[in-house]
Design a protein around this ligand. Structure first.
Ligand code: SF4
Ligand code: ZN
Length: 341
């Protein structure tokens, strides 16, 4: 059964093969689809040898502060218009958006038809500065996101993905001309856990992170710390070393887990566990490591690595003060990396 066939278009991220088969190039699964077949994401399908991709709807849209995505080094305090669609290419037991990410669960929810221009114009009229494709995995609807972002560019809006990082060179090339920011969820450094819990391959996520950074997107990484799953000192050290090996300036957000969905037998992450993980990551060379999802947690401010001042102070998703000057300069002269204007 195909999902919302009336809200689809022929996909750009596709390779036609013999025998009416096609290969999807949108995410690193690179599904090979026979005529009538549907990809792992449940929303891209082969119709008579042509790959069809979702188009022209949202499952929901809401104005969120950019800090909630979270981006801490991009337009502090900016309002976003965040929109989602349906479907996901991962199956994570700890998913916090499972109502829309599972196609079966979404079947009872109505999509809202909208054009790319309407969505972008609505965002600009509401005072948003950034369009964000989020809630479900945006890579599986990359063509639609690119159209929305192109419409946003014409109105002066920036754009972002909140993604699991299962990128391909083809999806990165399609998005780069119209997109600025990319947040990747890096879930674990254990290949068996990636495959068992998410149905995905660690090496492909790591390749995706490298691709995204090399292509010049502003990249921030998030890891949900789950007790007993990915919070050992050695795993946090390995994750931190990997990111720091790409760039010491990649902001890394360590966020606290709260029991949800299928993973209800695991306790929440403590603030102390977050602080310990942050120290390990900083010891691996990362300059900007943040703690999130715990009320009043330390580790939410941006600290200048040269003079040690809190250059951006935050309280939850609010920016309470910023000392940054033009181009993200600290009063001491040190440039803080990011997208500031
Ligand atoms: S987006 Fe990924 S999961 Fe979906 S069809 Fe394409 S390769 Fe498969
Ligand atoms: Zn400074």
């Amino acid at each position: 059964m195909t999902f919302l066939p009336e809200l689809t278009r022929p996909a750009a991220l596709s390779e036609g093969l013999t025998g009416e088969r096609c290969r999807c190039l949108a995410c690193a699964h690179r599904c090979l689809l026979p005529d009538g077949g549907t990809g792992i994401c449940g929303v891209r399908f082969n119709k008579g040898g042509e790959l069809m991709a979702p188009w022209g709807y949202v499952s929901g849209a809401s104005p969120d502060p950019i800090e909630k995505k979270p981006f801490f080094h991009a337009l502090p305090g900016a309002r976003t218009l965040s929109f989602g669609m349906f479907g996901c290419n991962f199956r994570c037991s700890f998913c916090q958006n499972w109502e829309i990410s599972g196609v079966a669960a979404a079947a009872g929810r109505a999509p809202e038809a909208v054009s790319a221009e309407q969505l972008a114009a609505g965002a600009a009229a509401a005072g948003a500065k950034v369009l964000v494709s989020t809630y479900n995995e945006p890579l599986i609807t990359a063509e639609w996101a690119a159209a929305v972002f192109a419409a946003g560019r014409r109105l002066g809006l920036r754009s972002a993905f909140v993604s699991n990082g299962y990128a391909t060179p083809e999806s990165v090339a399609l998005l780069r001309p119209v997109m600025d920011l990319w947040k990747v969820d890096l879930k674990t450094f254990n290949p068996d856990n990636y495959s068992r819990v998410c149905g995905a391959r660690l090496d492909r996520v790591l390749d995706g992170i490298r691709l995204i950074k090399e292509a010049g997107f502003w990249l921030e990484v998030v890891t949900l710390l789950i007790p007993g799953f990915n919070d050992s000192d050695s795993e946090i050290g390995a994750l931190g070393a990997f990111l720091s090996g790409i760039s010491r300036d990649i902001p890394w957000h360590l966020t606290a887990f709260h029991p949800d969905h299928l993973m209800t037998d695991v306790p929440p992450t403590t603030a102390e566990a977050l602080y310990r993980a942050r120290e390990i990551a900083r010891a691996r060379g990362l300059r900007y490591v943040y703690c999130g999802n715990v009320r009043g947690a330390r580790g939410q401010n941006t600290v200048c690595p040269a003079c040690g001042k809190d250059v951006i102070k935050r309280d939850g998703f609010n920016v309470s003060s910023s000392l940054l000057g033009r181009g993200g300069a600290c009063p001491c002269g040190q440039k803080i990396p990011g997208v500031w204007e």
